[in-house]
Design a protein around this ligand. Sequence first.
Ligand code: 5AD
Ligand code: SF4
Length: 441
Amino acid sequence: MADSSGKTFYLETFGCQMNVHDSEKVIGTLVAEGYRQVPTVEEAGLILYNTCSIRDKAEQKVFHRLADYKKLQAQGKRFGVLGCVAQQEGEKIFERAPHVSIVCGSASYRNLPQMLIQIEAGKRVTGLDDRETDQCFETEFTARTNPHRGYITIIEGCDKFCAYCVVPFTRGKERSRTSDSVLAETRQMADLGYSEIQLLGQNVNSYKDPAGKRTFAELLAAVGQVPGIKRVRFTTSHPRDFGRDIIEAIDAVPTLCDHVHLPVQSGSTRVLDAMQRLYTRDQYLERIGWMKVARREISITSDVIVGFPGETEAEFEETLSLLQEVEYDGIFGFKYSPRPNTPSLAMEDAIPDAEKSRRLAVMNEMQREIQRKRNQNQVGRTLEVMVEGKNEARGQWIGRTTQNKTLNFAANKASTPAVGSYVNVVTTGCFPNSLIGEMVV
Ligand code: 5AD
Ligand code: SF4
């Protein structure tokens, strides 16, 4: 749309893939309203932060940014806080940062066009939802930044209420899109040249088609069968709702990537119970067992929290032994962070921060060795990668394997692999977090 009014915005995104994709939708909506995105705060009339409150550190970032740029209000710039911190803190944000004029949680983004009119008129606006909204944010104006890999939200919100987690309070109740609309979006994206689709949701595998047509595994398979789609990923999965049918779909449909992210959070059944995770260590390991016997080798990654209130040394060691047993290809390890509204906030026996840091360091160190070993198995193999870019300094191309591993590779001077294309690379070496190789011509 033409930019006749000179309205500009700057948007910075914190947090997870869901937020990154929400930002793509927000950008698309603003552009459709006649705004132009600019790369710096200085050039912008409207400064927006799409925030994350999953852990304390993430939450503090937005307040630091707001404090840094407060003086710019005198130049007539307006500020907005979107996303999880907005939903969680609500109007309290105006008290802490009076120069903010819009506070809007993710479940209210569909109202952004009206809100923009109000802030342009110099008003302050809030868009906060109770947990009960049934609305999904579907928009035809998604400004996808990557022309090859596209994200599609299939389910929003969360009804699980794990004891430590703010998400059910910041993203509202679980609501799925119809599988027909997800497939229509996939076809549209395939027509535009996207070859990789990532299905997103707080718990993608808790997906329930409102039209009752397809299960999650059936939707996954159908997305993978859309002509032009070469890779399908999905994140995040909850172990409780992770059925064997998902592995059967991966077995049957070659475009479904050989990677499952299945956050365990703890290896101790006692701690899992206190976390209200709804599965035991053994039930989790049973699901891992299904993956280990799949037709293709599936890489498995996880999220792990250390130092949950009351976690004993022995329970922490159960997490370490689970890591040894599963041999994950990657983990995201976090120190437990107390969050507002969550049941674990009131739990006793907080673990001192220094002890949480020690446990995290021990776990990460052990995991590095596991990953080194896992990646060593890939050496000597020829793997197909999607080309993601070039590291000019190193003269290396950056690729991603179906297992979601980064494979940096050298290419013959005569061949310049195009970003977004797929090439074969023979793996010649590895590190804990990446592989190296040479392009096969
Ligand atoms: N403290 C630490 N880590 C947390 N996560 C979620 N809530 C908390 C918290 N309060 C982690 C979980 C989740 C990931 C996205 O963030 O491991 O899977
Ligand atoms: Fe949070 Fe648990 Fe829901 Fe994941 S499943 S978003 S950890 S409440």
